[in-house]
Design a protein around this ligand. Sequence first.
Ligand SMILES: [Zn+2]
Length: 418
Amino acid sequence: MIVLRRIQSANKFISRQFKIINEFKTGKFHTNSLLMQTDTKDVMNIEINGKTLQFPSVWLRDNCQCEQCFHQSAKSRIIDWSKFNLKVKPNNVSKDDNSLQVTWDDGHVSKYKLSWLKFRSFTPDDQEIYTNTLYKPAKVTWHGNDFSKVCSKHDYKEILNSDNALYNWLLQFSIYGVALIQNTPDSETALDSIVAKVGFNKKTHYGEKFVVQHVVNTSNVAYLSNNLQMHTDLPYYEYCPGVNLLHCLVQTLSKGGENLLSDCHYTVAYMKEKHPDEYKILTETEVEWSDVGCENGNEFFKLYRSPVICLDKQGEVIRINFSIPQRGAHFPGPIESVRPWYRAHSLFYELNKNFSAKFKTKAGDILVFDNIRLLHGRNMYEDKGNNVRKLIGAYVDWDEIYSRLRCLKVKLHSEDRI
Ligand SMILES: [Zn+2]
């Protein structure tokens, strides 16, 4: 129920964003009131749409949008910082329905669109709108029982032919961390066209793309047919690929072969509340992830130290690292931290198994999932003579996903405030 309510409130939030965007587009956004200045002149109070918003003078001068200060085609600041005055003061300020004009004490004149300013307002509410509409859509966590509701389905051809379909896929995917593309042609290169719509893929020592198939004497346990324990891919990469795309060309006809997926953001929130000590250990204790071997004649020796749960300054999860096979034997912490860490690690693994969704992709499906948020695994299966399970995989970075999402947002929703 909690998950469902979260989904509903996220959907409400998205529709509110579109309403705001449309108000900008239709010019309903207006202002008619007086501009005020504080005594110190360090902060300007500007009334926009009936609300008084504050902007520091130094920030306004730094963000002057004129051709001398801001390169119009490079969309980049070109102010000479050695001449910048941190104590800059406005001499004269005027405002019409759409724009603000400031004449500074050195005579320079700056002009700003009010919609542009409003979008960059410093109030917590406006900052949240900016974050969720442009920076990154807010994530919604889920339990495996709700998987069918959160895993949106998309059509291969529609994504290739329609910006709206591409945008919708990337938006849903970034919110829930998982999505399914259906009706993909039966070709080892079909994945390339999807990747090209986003940008480009991330090459690793397993290649530009990789084939997941039962291989004897393999370089990676993913290429076996027994149970593949839940994990993230490539935790031993400092610049870890963010997104995993798996195109199912042939699914096994035997029992097994189901995918297991769990949202670690759900698991982490659960642990933080119910098992705070284990949560703390997994956020603080660095372990060493490793991959050593040879693929296509290229030797590799990857090592990277990081906790299982990586948090940002706000305490939000930014990356999960988890892989039983790809955790090295060297433990970088003090000896006393070893046993508590193993207990916390076991709890995290058990909880993810309990919270996971189980489902079987079919030929023509591309399963897309967030590799630094979800754990994924696969149940054991058995290949038969004329039925050999085969997947083609590729990685894409989140940088490319968010970049495409923002480009499409500007293109489809013509936001002049960006
Ligand atoms: Zn300027």
